[in-house]
Design a protein around this ligand. Structure first.
Ligand SMILES: *[C@@H]1O[C@H](CO)[C@@H](O)[C@H](O)[C@H]1NC(C)=O
Ligand SMILES: *[C@@H]1O[C@H](CO)[C@@H](O)[C@H](O)[C@H]1NC(C)=O
Length: 233
């Protein structure tokens, strides 16, 4: 079975795959979703044990662009993992923001089109962009147990805090692209064995972007920044 980043996709209507496997590369950015109304990228962190030809990767941050807005969500670095400490960091339109600690604590953007709600006291958040996407994210470390099982070789001074993310996507166009997006295309064929509830997506060169908030990947052709979300109705 392929290891590394796996993105759990919760589907609303007809989606077939529950999980998407993609390797990518550490310290690079890739497009998860690139559609007419939204672009969602991820920054990967990772490790390459000696003698291996691929990185083990995890998602450290995600960046969204919708309408003329942008939003980022990051897992902050932690030398030693402490669940009581919050490791979430956010920006909206380039400004950092904070969501008060505590379960159910909420932050809304001034125009109310983005809502953040904590789903536990620390390290868990639900992000809602009306009619576009709902994201559930938890910050978690790579545990010693996982490290031992998979022989990642995680350094002693870094817990590899990263995001576990689930997406619910609404109203995608048939031209949607990106690592996750591509699996929503009507013509998508899973290279994995049929009957497996998991999509395998390759092609680093198609999805790589130059930063967390840019839509310059080779397959990112349909997203138009600045398109007013309200105009869609
Ligand atoms: C994010 O949005 C702000 C406000 O519109 C803008 O100034 C900034 O350039 C945007 N950042 C990126 C990377 O596009
Ligand atoms: C861990 O130690 C290495 C080697 O000394 C260093 O390069 C790295 O920056 C350290 N990482 C953290 C998170 O402090």
């Amino acid at each position: 079975m392929l290891k590394s980043v796996f993105l759990i996709v919760t589907l609303l209507n007809v989606k077939q795959y529950a999980e998407v496997y993609f390797h990518g590369k550490k310290d690079e950015h890739f497009s998860l979703i690139s559609d007419v109304n939204v672009q969602i990228n991820a920054r990967f962190i990772g490790i390459r044990p000696a003698g291996r030809s691929r990185d083990f990767t995890w998602i450290q941050a995600i960046g969204l662009m919708f309408g003329s807005h942008n939003f980022t969500l990051e897992a902050t670095k932690a030398e030693n993992w402490d669940q009581e400490a919050d490791h979430l960091k956010f920006t909206y339109n380039g400004m950092s923001l904070s969501v008060p600690l505590g379960h159910s604590s909420v932050w809304n953007s001034p125009d109310q089109n983005l809502e953040l709600e904590r789903t536990s006291a620390t390290n868990s958040i639900r992000v809602t962009i009306q009619e576009i996407v709902e994201i559930s994210a938890n910050v978690v470390p790579v545990t010693e147990e996982e490290d031992a099982i998979h022989s990642y070789g995680i350094p002693k001074n870094d817990s590899f805090a990263h995001l576990e993310v689930q997406f619910r996507l609404f109203d995608l166009s048939p031209k949607v692209e990106g690592i996750l997006g591509r699996t929503y295309q009507p013509s998508f064929k899973n290279p994995a064995k049929s009957g497996v509830d998991m999509a395998v997506v390759g092609g680093d060169d198609k999805y790589k972007t130059s930063s967390l908030l840019s839509a310059d990947c080779n397959s990112c052709t349909v997203f138009t920044s600045g398109k007013n979300v309200a105009e869609r109705k």
